[in-house]
Design a protein around this ligand. Structure first.
Ligand SMILES: NC(=O)c1ccc[n+]([C@@H]2O[C@H](COP(=O)([O-])OP(=O)(O)OC[C@H]3O[C@@H](n4cnc5c(N)ncnc54)[C@H](O)[C@@H]3O)[C@@H](O)[C@H]2O)c1
Length: 605
């Protein structure tokens, strides 16, 4: 880590002069201090905030200090408001140079705590996810627009910059803060996935991770708990944003900036994201690179074949082999409620659970496929039932769980396995528009299915896990992450963000669920050959050993039924065609995490 003292934070502040800064959430707290600091150093600041009066007061203060600023009412959840914010910057100052999506809220609306609201009909009511919406979806909107508006009136050598606001919760989960932890893990993933793409276009991207700072975002009970603990000074967070935003050094692009207490700012250097947990991943990636020669050869052959047959016929030729996982544990599961069980990992998991005596409810969009799996289970003497379920439809989710209750009397294990790859391009500098030129909001199907629907399924699942539960019954939730929960996929911002978020969600759920004797785990496979991989990815991966799908199913199964309480809350890694690694919770305390923990555990703290 590089320590950056306060005066060093402002060494390049002059580079802000004349730059147009678009900042959401600039009416209060960190955003307000950042707006004032940028203006003090000669930037033209455009503030968008739903607190209109607060934003105007900041503009007045900047004007009083002879700075340049303007503001507009902007609810970041409203796409049109965000477009208006960027249009204001163009209309008033001619360009957009630095974008800071600072609007954010803490955990609002309780989800995944085992309590669901029941409607008049007695059915669970769909929870709102405001923290996820504001801290992640709206950030996607802002970044999507930033990369589009950066191009307006851009001169050839003009540099641009995005500074995202993470949190310590991007690295350490906040118990009882599932949305906040997930969204802040996601913001780190988003930054890391954007970096290689935007770096090539002379655009900086950074993420700032403050520890608790005394702003309006902290609810009173949190302030009381934090009494006496050194907080991060808000002005220092603002200075870190400025420094990260204007730093001329290309080597510092794409890095996280940490403010873990009331001490100085630390920049996490690129090599340091390769220590600890990451080192393990890195080593395996290196091993996989040794297959590069085969890859090049196979890719060349495949390209020829592609020309002749088209991509469909090639799937079978690119499958990399591997020993199947043999699971030897005695099984005591009674029921598994598994979404997306019709193909790939879900299907193998269903077969494995059923083989060991579990009764399985398979929810999938593809009802035919799900029924085929259920019938295969029944033919071999097992118990399974299929139901049509679009995980984006709350009623479908409720129906799936109700079916489990009516058919088998209880729900014991929940596996929200439904997931998709990066669908619909976002944050790539292009914004679709209507014929009249109105800009259209980006679709975020991958975030919706891989994250929002998972949170909804867990929220609902916990309700059903607790239903008619007897004292000695153990229950379990297994989430499906990916290697992309740790390492970014360049050009896969939604996938990377959502899978980073799954890790954050699992870590935040663990203390809450452990207290209720409910296991939780997350499974992180490297690429496996299932329908989720598009033909292009399969081609790129040709010759590289993939993770055998049955082994992933084995890991899900093992993580779900393991009687050892200490293994709850752990991530399970499947890094290649080799065995499964369970990451002990302590391993989330080495490397990068170690540095953060040292601050949290400061003796005088
Ligand atoms: N203060 C902390 O302890 C802390 C720690 C880590 C990260 N952060 C992050 O810093 C960022 C800023 O938070 P803060 O501490 O300055 O909080 P704050 O409450 O003082 O400021 C947040 C601002 O965002 C605005 N906002 C919220 N929802 C909005 C919406 N839908 N549309 C437009 N504006 C909206 C609010 O009006 C407010 O002006 C957040 O992303 C937060 O998660 C804060």
């Amino acid at each position: 880590m590089t320590t950056i003292l306060d005066d060093q934070l402002l060494v390049h502040a002059d580079r802000a002069r004349g730059k147009v800064v678009v900042l959401t959430g600039g009416a209060n707290g960190i955003g307000k201090e950042a707006a004032i600091l940028f203006a003090k150093h000669g930037a033209k600041v455009v503030i968008g905030d739903r607190d209109v009066k607060g934003a105007q007061a900041v503009v007045e203060r900047i004007s009083d200090e002879r700075g340049v600023a303007t503001s507009i009412g902007c609810d970041v959840l409203k796409w049109e408001d965000q477009v208006n914010l960027f249009e204001l910057a163009i209309a008033q100052y001619g360009a957009v140079d630095i974008v800071i999506p600072c609007a954010g809220i803490s955990e609002v609306g309780q989800v995944c705590d085992g309590n669901v609201q029941l409607g008049e009909d007695g059915r669970p009511v769909k929870p709102k996810l405001p923290t996820l919406d504001i801290n992640l979806t709206a950030v996607f909107y802002t970044v999507h627009l930033a990369l589009y508006y950066f191009k307006r009136n851009r001169t050839k050598d003009a540099w641009k910059s995005i500074v995202l606001i993470g949190s310590m919760a991007s690295w350490q989960a906040i118990p009882k803060g599932p949305q906040y932890s997930a969204s802040k893990h996601a913001v780190l993933g988003l930054m890391r996935s954007l970096y290689p793409i935007v770096d090539a276009e002379n655009i900086r991207v950074s993420v700032i991770h403050p520890w608790f700072a005394d702003t309006g975002i902290l609810p009173l009970p949190v302030k009381v708990i934090l009494a006496g603990i050194p907080l991060t000074p808000v002005v220092r967070v603002a200075a870190a944003i400025l420094c990260a935003g204007v730093d001329p050094d290309p080597a510092t692009n794409g890095l996280p900036w940490l403010l873990p207490d009331d001490g100085p700012v630390f920049r996490l250097e690129r090599e340091q994201i390769r220590t600890g947990v990451y080192e393990l991943l890195e080593k395996r990636t290196e091993r996989l690179k040794s297959f590069a020669e085969t890859v090049t050869r196979t890719t060349a052959t495949l390209k020829d074949l592609w020309g002749i047959f088209g991509h469909g016929a090639l799937f079978t030729t690119v499958l990399a082999g591997g020993a199947y996982f043999v699971f030897q544990k005695a099984l005591i599961v009674t029921i598994d409620t598994s979404s997306s069980g019709a193909s790939g990992i879900g299907k193998e998991a269903v077969l494995l659970f059923a083989k060991h005596g579990a009764k399985v409810v398979i929810g999938d969009l593809d009802l035919k496929g799900a029924e085929a799996v259920a019938s295969r289970v029944r033919k071999t003497g097992g118990e399974a039932v299929a139901v049509a379920c679009n995980v984006l439809q709350w009623d479908d989710l409720v129906n799936m769980f109700e079916l489990a209750i009516s058919k088998y009397g209880a729900v014991d294990i929940v596996v929200p396995n439904a997931g998709i790859n990066e669908l619909s391009a976002v944050c790539n500098g292009k914004v679709s528009s209507r014929e009249d030129g109105t800009l259209l909001p980006p679709k975020l199907p991958t975030v919706q299915i891989n994250l929002e629907a998972v949170i909804q399924t867990v929220h609902l699942g916990l309700h059903y896990l607790k239903k008619d539960r007897t004292a000695d019954q153990w229950k379990s939730v297994v989430l499906i992450g990916s290697m992309a929960s740790w390492n970014p996929i360049p050009g896969g911002p939604q996938y990377t963000a959502s899978k980073h978020a799954i890790l954050g969600l699992m870590r935040s759920l663990y203390p809450t669920l452990d207290a209720q004797d409910i296991r939780v785990a997350s499974i992180h496979p490297f690429y496996a050959e299932t329908n989720i991989l598009p033909a292009e990815t399969m081609l790129v991966l040709a010759g590289i050993p993939l993770v055998p799908v049955p082994r992933i199913a084995g890991a899900i199964f093992c993580a779900a039924v393991d009687p050892d309480r200490t293994s709850s809350g752990c991530p399970w890694l499947l890094l290649d065609d080799g065995p499964v690694y369970r990451l002990p919770k302590e391993d989330l305390r080495v490397g990068v995490y170690d540095q953060l923990n040292k601050h949290v555990e400061r003796p005088e703290g």
